[in-house]
Design a protein around this ligand. Structure first.
Ligand SMILES: Cc1cc2nc3c(=O)[nH]c(=O)nc-3n(C[C@H](O)[C@H](O)[C@H](O)COP(=O)(O)OP(=O)(O)OC[C@H]3O[C@@H](n4cnc5c(N)ncnc54)[C@H](O)[C@@H]3O)c2cc1C
Length: 386
């Protein structure tokens, strides 16, 4: 291969570039990114960057040794797999021998009218803009109690922001972790002064040009100066629409070697990709940092390997979240679980270990402040036969 084009300058794109060089690729490496930035790490955006412990500069990955041709600030808008070309928004066309699809996801927007003071948080620019609006007396409402919503609530309270309200339709935050961990998380946030509105729909976000309040389905009006919409994400795959690349729920369907199915020179990695996880229903899209890392390593090696020498992806989904002094970690494919068992529960520390089962089969685990325990679960889940 003479030229490999990576579309998407995020974690998965960056890790793939590193792995291609590590595996001996000496040809031209082109990285296309719609953001104006070189690749940076997203987890700190809702934690240390928002909290002021890390600067923007400290979030960037090292790229100097990778000898990359950068095409930044313009999105890819089309792909011609037969002609082996990527089209950019300014009309540039870039030919490739190998292609890496790494365009990740974007934050889901609030469907109502656009108002000043309503934010989403996916990119560095989003995080810096949001951070600049926050002071101790800013009234913040967060719509969506998933990982990002909870992390932002925790970071703001740790920063001394007095009024933080977390709103979600579910009965507890971070529903993917199951009810035991979710209810413990609810206690944690309430104990630290977050106003929780679980089981709550949002009827409207009101304001005259600028946000003034979030109105709940039960009529409660939560006055807010800034609102963060944290209601999940959408795959950035519109540019692939007419390419023939197979999509499932907007994600690129990969085989076990990370190739887009039916291709032998196109891999997909990270949040944009779905792969045949044994506990998934068909293919699974796993939106975790470690999944991007693992797919990048496997996909890059396979892109360079002869067909008979490719190795299948072996990755136990693993995720972490930092909220206050609690390190939350999960291992396994928790969406497959239909039963949770509390193994250890120490509310004072706090520490928690919950196992997740599909009927009688262990499919995952969730821990609070039990780092060593999660390593044990990762090993057990890696050795469980499909
Ligand atoms: C605020 C935040 C906190 C997080 N915290 C954690 C955490 O604590 N633990 C954890 O496990 N995971 C966390 N994650 C998830 C983790 O960061 C993602 O799983 C990871 O970033 C996925 O990497 P990616 O490269 O696939 O996608 P991304 O990081 O989204 O990168 C994709 C890049 O492609 C660009 N792009 C999109 N469309 C185009 C196009 N058409 N042309 C060119 N470029 C394009 C995007 O703008 C982006 O720069 C967090 C995510 C966010 C947003």
């Amino acid at each position: 291969m003479r030229r490999i084009v990576i579309v998407g300058a995020g974690l998965a794109g960056h890790r793939t570039a590193e792995a291609l060089r590590r595996n001996g690729f000496e040809g031209e490496l082109v990285v296309v990114g719609d953001e104006r930035h070189q690749p940076y790490d997203r987890p700190p955006l809702s934690k240390q960057l928002l909290g002021g412990q890390l600067s923007a500069e400290q979030c960037f990955f090292p790229v100097d040794t990778l000898d990359i041709t950068w095409e930044l600030g313009r999105p890819a808008v089309g792909l011609d797999t037969a002609g082996r070309e990527v089209a950019l928004s300014d009309g540039t066309r870039i030919g490739y021998d190998g292609l890496v699809i790494a365009t990740g996801r974007r934050a889901r927007e609030w469907p109502g009218q656009a108002l000043a003071g309503v934010h989403t948080l996916r990119s560095l620019d989003d995080a810096l803009t949001f951070r600049d609006t926050i002071a101790a007396d800013t009234r913040v409402a967060i719509v969506g109690g998933g990982f990002i919503g909870c992390e932002v609530a925790a970071t703001l309270r740790e920063q001394g922001v007095e009024e933080v309200t977390l709103i979600d339709v579910g009965q507890y935050p971070m529903p993917v972790l199951g009810p035991e961990a979710g209810l413990r998380a609810a206690q944690l946030h309430e104990g630290r002064g977050v106003r929780l509105r679980m089981d709550s729909t949002v009827a409207a976000i009101e304001g005259d040009g600028r946000v003034e309040a979030v109105v709940l389905g039960n009529g409660e009006r939560i006055a807010a100066d800034q609102v963060l919409i944290a209601i999940g994400s959408l795959p950035n795959s519109e540019w692939l629409r007419d390419s023939g690349v197979e999509l499932s729920a907007g994600t690129v369907v990969c085989d076990e070697f990370c190739f887009a199915v039916g291709t032998d020179n196109v891999i997909a990695v990270g949040d944009i990709a779905s792969w045949p996880h044994p506990d998934g229903d068909g293919v699974a899209c796993i939106e975790h940092w470690t999944n991007a890392r693992d797919m990048a390593a496997t996909g890059a090696a396979n892109l360079l390997a002869a067909p008979g020498e490719r190795t299948p992806l072996r990755s136990v989904p693993t995720c972490w979240s930092d909220q206050y002094d609690v390190k939350i970690k999960s291992a396994g494919y928790l969406r497959a679980a239909n039963r949770y068992v509390v193994i250890e529960d120490d509310a004072d520390r706090p520490a928690l270990v919950v196992e997740a089962y599909r009927d009688d089969r262990l499919v995952g685990a969730v821990v609070f402040n039990k780092n060593r325990a999660i390593i044990g679960y990762q090993r057990r889940l890696a050795s469980v036969p499909a």
